[in-house]
Design a protein around this ligand. Structure first.
Ligand SMILES: Cc1cc2nc3c(=O)[nH]c(=O)nc-3n(C[C@H](O)[C@H](O)[C@H](O)COP(=O)(O)OP(=O)(O)OC[C@H]3O[C@@H](n4cnc5c(N)ncnc54)[C@H](O)[C@@H]3O)c2cc1C
Length: 305
């Protein structure tokens, strides 16, 4: 336990894609599954972070211990099977799959999620998602304190949903079965995905956390937000991205409260225009202040556990 890398009173904002977040009491950086398991069995209810690209991290910080999986980077390829530790970054895995003439991860090239985070969120884009190729996930069961394997079916995957969101299981690693493909075909798809993003999404030089809201059934959150006029929301520290209304950018020094306030305004605008309740995709982590608690009660009221 004492050999595992950690930092105390650590300002977390530079680890997050939003560049928002206060000081955390203690953050651990395990490098292997056995270090990760030691922490999971010892710490009291730690927060697990992947690459922090889908979170609003509290500007008040976090009093719980934190485990960052960012240094867990094992990848193993056997034929069409690929096994990756939870901390491996999606774009790297996309490139590894391409190098090995394997198709199924082209969608991951353009966004910064880790495998654990991608599984938790059932990340997807361009008609592919992580649930398409996952055969099993090796997880730590917080209730029984055991390591078990969950099949694809047991993961309860849905649109931006998996059983991991219940909080019972922590992803350690996962196995995928990909398809053999001509590498030129794979590369063309990866380039097309990157090009598509370049034209509509903010680059990380405009700190953001990807899509703010999930798409409602048979519609697009970005379309509804745009039509409702939220691109006019441009405040001192946060703004709606002009090329895509489902992104919020941190203009510098924004706080978690600034983001939540803007999210609530966006949600209310769509509700009053279309009577549709948008459900946030971005997850809040850390200690809320009173005002944030009030906002989150409203904002996340329709979120499925
Ligand atoms: C520019 C940009 C573009 C994006 N585009 C897309 C897109 O096209 N499609 C898409 O789906 N998403 C997109 N995202 C959002 C984000 O990258 C994904 O949601 C990604 O899956 C989050 O992974 P992460 O490692 O950053 O997770 P984090 O943000 O660190 O965590 C997200 C959630 O997963 C949990 N978690 C992380 N690791 C584990 C683990 N090992 N075990 C259990 N729980 C864990 C965390 O506790 C948290 O609740 C985008 C983000 C950005 C910034």
């Amino acid at each position: 336990m004492f050999d595992i890398e950690y930092k105390e009173n650590f300002e977390i904002k530079n680890l997050t894609s939003f560049k928002i977040g206060g000081f955390v009491r203690k953050i651990y950086f395990p490098k292997s599954q056995s270090e990760f398991l030691t922490l999971l069995k010892t710490l009291d209810n730690p927060v697990i972070l992947g690459n922090c690209s889908n979170v609003i991290f509290s500007s008040q910080g976090c009093s719980r211990s934190i485990i960052s999986t960012s240094k867990m980077s094992d990848i193993e390829i056997r034929g069409t099977k690929l096994i990756a530790s939870c901390g491996v970054k999606g774009p790297l895995l996309s490139q590894k799959a391409h190098e090995n003439k394997l198709s199924g991860f082209e969608f991951m090239i353009g966004f910064p999620g880790s495998i654990g985070g991608n599984i938790c969120m059932n990340a997807g884009a361009h008609n592919q998602s992580i649930s398409d190729s996952l055969t099993s996930a090796c997880v730590f069961d917080n209730e029984t304190q055991e390591v078990i394997y969950l099949s694809n079916k047991e993961m309860d995957f849905g649109y931006r949903h998996s059983i991991i969101q219940t909080g019972r299981y922590i992803v350690l690693s996962a196995e995928f079965d990909l398809k053999r493909e001509n590498p030129d075909v794979i590369k063309t798809l990866m380039d097309r995905n990157l090009e598509f993003r370049k034209n509509i999404q903010p680059p990380l030089t405009y700190p953001n956390a990807g899509s703010v809201f999930k798409n409602p059934e048979h519609d697009s959150a970005g379309r509804l937000l745009d039509k409702a006029g939220v691109k006019d929301f441009n405040f001192e520290k946060v703004a709606v991205w002009q090329k895509h209304a489902n992104f919020i950018i941190n203009k510098g020094d924004a706080t978690s409260e600034d983001v939540l306030e803007l999210m609530l305004l966006m949600q209310k605008k769509v509700k009053s225009t279309y009577t549709i309740d948008l459900v946030p995709e971005i997850r809040y982590i850390g200690d809320m202040n009173k005002h944030e608690e009030e906002i989150c009660q409203e904002l996340y009221k329709n979120t499925q556990k």
